[in-house]
Design a protein around this ligand. Structure first.
Ligand code: SF4
Ligand code: FES
Length: 255
């Protein structure tokens, strides 16, 4: 069980269930009421496999149920629990406290997103930009033969895009992107990676449509290849590589 350390008058002396503990600092901020954020601090015990999300839920259960945090699957699949953990965008359910190698764990809302409350951020713009690049197969089915029921692909054709299909729309890449920090209209690495996912799919016929969409003033050319998007992706997607491949199409090096 967690122990509160900074918002109670006296230290709570509940026995810890583990010999190891961290100081968990949770950002509290309600943009409707507060002028600035503050940190609440709790001493939280942990085991080898305790995740940051479990530590936050421990605090919610025992001390402050008002802490706002979004989560669902708890297995790095739904993309809900992204947050800054000791300054880096990570999934809270996929980050073990033991791997952070620190006695202090600070959790804050993701950078480059509007804060709804505490650790939760708004995803509207992320999904707007994702939708803008038309994240679905575009093709004229009139050229299918009448007895065809499937779009068959070779393993080599699948290999061209499959890592990009693993995106869970968690937004960590956009949060890490220095261009997003200075240009909130930038289409961003998440949407660009998905543009490449469909452009590289042999079943798709929407390449020119998508290339036109991203070839604009807040589009692909704003990326200056910091590469931080690819470093933080929890699913092994490499948006920076996808962006370079898209540029190859636009510059005529790929067809
Ligand atoms: S590319 Fe990776 S980091 Fe970006 S939204 Fe998709 S899964 Fe998350
Ligand atoms: S709770 Fe689903 S990705 Fe973390």
């Amino acid at each position: 069980m967690a122990q509160v350390s900074s918002i109670a008058d006296e230290q709570v002396s509940t026995p810890l269930s583990s010999s190891k503990s961290i100081l968990l600092r949770i950002s509290k901020f309600n943009p409707q009421l507060d002028e600035s954020s503050k940190f609440l601090e709790f001493t939280v015990p942990y085991e080898k496999w305790t995740t940051v999300l479990e530590a936050i839920l421990d605090v919610k259960k025992h001390f402050d149920h008002s802490v706002a945090v979004r989560y669902s699957c708890r297995q790095a699949t739904c993309g809900s629990c992204g947050m800054m953990i000791n300054g880096k965008p990570k999934l809270a359910c996929f980050t073990k406290i033991s791997e952070l190698d620190s006695d202090v764990v600070t959790v804050e809302p993701m950078n480059n997103f509007p804060v709804i409350r505490d650790l939760t951020v708004g995803f509207e713009k992320l999904f707007e930009k994702h939708q803008k690049i038309k994240p679905y197969l575009i093709r004229d089915d009139a050229d299918m033969k009448s007895d065809e029921r499937e779009f068959l692909q070779s393993p080599q054709e699948v290999e061209q895009y499959i890592q990009f299909a693993n995106c869970i729309k968690c937004g960590l890449c956009n949060s890490a992107c220095p261009t997003m920090a200075t240009d909130s209209s930038f289409v961003g690495p998440q949407a660009l990676a998905q543009a490449y996912r469909y452009v590289a799919d042999s079943r798709d016929k929407g390449k020119d449509t998508r290339l036109n969409i991203i070839d604009e003033s807040h589009g692909i050319w704003r990326c200056h290849f910091a590469g931080s998007c690819s470093q933080v992706c929890p699913k092994g997607v490499d948006p920076a590589m996808g962006i370079q491949f898209l540029r190859g199409y636009l510059l005529g090096f790929r067809s």
